[in-house]
Design a protein around this ligand. Structure first.
Ligand SMILES: Cc1cc2nc3c(=O)[nH]c(=O)nc-3n(C[C@H](O)[C@H](O)[C@H](O)COP(=O)(O)OP(=O)(O)OC[C@H]3O[C@@H](n4cnc5c(N)ncnc54)[C@H](O)[C@@H]3O)c2cc1C
Length: 487
């Protein structure tokens, strides 16, 4: 049943599970746990639709490179799936087998742990089970770049697709306009005793449950942990620990331009770094997209489109991309764009600000920073792409200066893929959650979503985070003993 906490203060006394946040991660978990006979509470801070009072609670500041965190998240039922694009690409075995070449470990679990949930995750985002992840086009060079493979979800809007299930699944209570504002930790038992929820008039109430799962997106998951004074005074969250650290994005940057080789197909192409390339260069992974921009001309109606794009792009900080477009006049010219892996980096991090939001929670600053190893990835991919274009006759590439000269500031935009802020590790010395997504130092607090990613790879995060949510649901169902709802 979906109820509005603003007008219906009808929380039960106790639940088996309390899940905080109703995006893809939270909705997936709630339906799995309730479907197994558990008494589940799913609390969602926003309403059925976008509203300014809710969205404003996401306001934060930014230093380093701009993440545009207020534009790239949606705070209402269904979460950011209300405007995601639906591009799905699975993690690969090498994402789990190969440690990043930085002083921080990679995934502590085997690839098979998430691979087995791929078919179920595909069904959740409406990808046909028999479609497979097929190569988009021929490889450019078998050793360096393979043809990329991904699928497009419709894209699935979780609040719409699962509306009936959220309404009718027995044992599931969904409360909208119900904001988690504190996690209350009891250091004698090592357990979260309750969470405090608030409506928009700051009416507060305690919720109790056996287990709690944070599923509020990568920035808010860390923010919730950092805001909890009881977790801080018990030492579960500390300034030197990993909560909020290792914030990762996929790098959205242009490598440069190209002139298409004679007789080459004008179709857009998608390439992906091979495992051999990554091993040879000790670099991160990356997707490379090559497309012609002949259709964008600076006269007539196209000029008006260009003006519009220029204004829009300046608003969201993508001016450099438009700069590319405005420079194109030759029908053979194209642009090479990317989605590149960022390695975990302790200095790329969230910190608490003194300033509080309308419900009394401290805001965060996001300091998004790259390491020299990331510049190395960009340079390796850029130089090899240019080489492969020339060798295969695909075209001639003019790289942007920042690709090969680390002294030139990068022009990089985010992909709206927030990851790593509560990273999974085998010990608290290198992460926040254990192999079962349980927060180190607690007995009953779990995290779902891409904040647990130990490394980012170069695959879109939503389908993998659903795989991990399904794995977590299985873990919680097994360790919780017999279903309690009817007992
Ligand atoms: C424009 C855009 C395009 C994208 N395209 C793709 C794509 O093609 N492929 C891909 O894989 N990914 C894509 N993404 C990323 C994708 O949207 C996210 O990976 C995904 O939504 C994360 O799911 P989540 O459940 O972890 O978090 P979210 O979807 O962010 O959901 C978190 C939920 O928690 C709620 N919440 C927050 N704080 C509180 C609180 N204090 N109390 C209660 N509830 C709270 C929020 O309201 C929200 O409903 C895109 C993102 C954007 C912005």
């Amino acid at each position: 049943m979906i109820k509005d906490y603003q007008s219906q203060k009808e929380l039960r006394e106790r639940y088996d599970f309390c899940i905080i946040g109703a995006g893809p991660a939270g909705i997936t978990l709630a339906l799995r746990l309730a479907g197994n006979g558990r008494r589940v509470l799913l609390i969602e801070g926003g309403g059925h639709e976008y509203s300014q009072p809710s969205q404003t609670l996401y306001n934060c500041t930014s230093t380093g490179m701009n993440v545009y965190a207020e534009l790239t998240r949606l705070r209402f039922l269904g979460g950011t799936s209300n405007h995601w694009a639906g591009r799905c690409r699975p993690f690969e075995k090498s994402d789990f087998d190969v440690a990043p070449p930085v002083n921080i470990p990679g995934w502590p679990i085997a690839f098979s742990e998430i691979e087995r949930y791929l078919p179920a995750a595909m069904a959740i985002v409406d990808l046909p089970s028999d479609s497979g992840f097929k190569a988009i086009n021929a490889s450019m060079d078998g050793n360096d770049f393979v043809a990329d493979r991904f699928l497009l979800s419709p894209p699935t809007r979780f609040a719409q697709k699962y509306a009936k299930d959220l309404q009718e699944t027995e044992g599931l209570d969904v409360f909208i306009n119900c904001n988690c504002v504190d996690l209350e930790f009891d250091d004698k038992t090592g357990r979260i005793a309750s969470v405090v929820v608030s409506d928009y008039d700051r009416h507060r109430e305690r919720v109790t449950a056996k287990q709690f799962i944070l599923a509020t997106g990568a920035i808010e998951n860390a923010r919730q942990l950092m805001n909890s004074e009881s977790l801080a005074s018990a030492g579960v969250v500390s300034k030197d620990g990993f909560v909020g650290r290792c914030f990762m994005e996929h790098l959205n940057l242009d490598l440069g331009t190209f002139i298409l080789g004679e007789g080459q197909s004008t179709e857009p192409r998608q390439y992906f770094t091979s495992d051999a390339f990554v091993a040879q260069f000790q670099s991160g992974k990356g997707n490379v997209s090559a497309a012609l921009l002949a259709q964008v001309q600076a006269y007539g109606r196209a000029a008006a489109v260009k003006d519009f794009l220029e204004n829009l792009a300046c608003d969201v900080g993508l001016a450099h991309k438009i700069d590319f477009i405005t420079r194109f006049n030759c029908p053979g010219d194209g642009v090479i764009t990317t989605l590149i892996e960022q390695f975990p980096n302790r200095n790329s991090r969230l910190t608490l600000l003194e300033e509080r939001d309308a419900l009394g929670m401290r805001k965060v600053n996001i300091h998004w920073e790259l390491a020299p190893e990331d510049r190395h990835t960009i340079k390796s991919i850029g130089l090899e792409v240019a080489k492969c274009f020339a060798e295969t006759g695909l075209g001639f590439v003019k790289l942007d200066e920042y690709v090969y000269d680390a002294a030139v500031p990068l022009k990089v935009a985010p992909h709206a893929h927030h990851m790593g802020t509560t990273r999974m590790a085998s010990t608290p010395e290198s992460g926040v959650v254990d192999e079962n997504c349980k927060v180190f130092g607690t007995d009953n607090l779990y995290v779902a979503g891409s904040s647990v990613f130990a490394t980012a790879g170069a695959s879109n995060p939503t389908m993998p985070l659903i795989q991990l949510a399904l794995r977590l649901a299985d873990h919680l169902n097994h360790q919780g003993g017999p279903a309690s709802r009817y007992s």
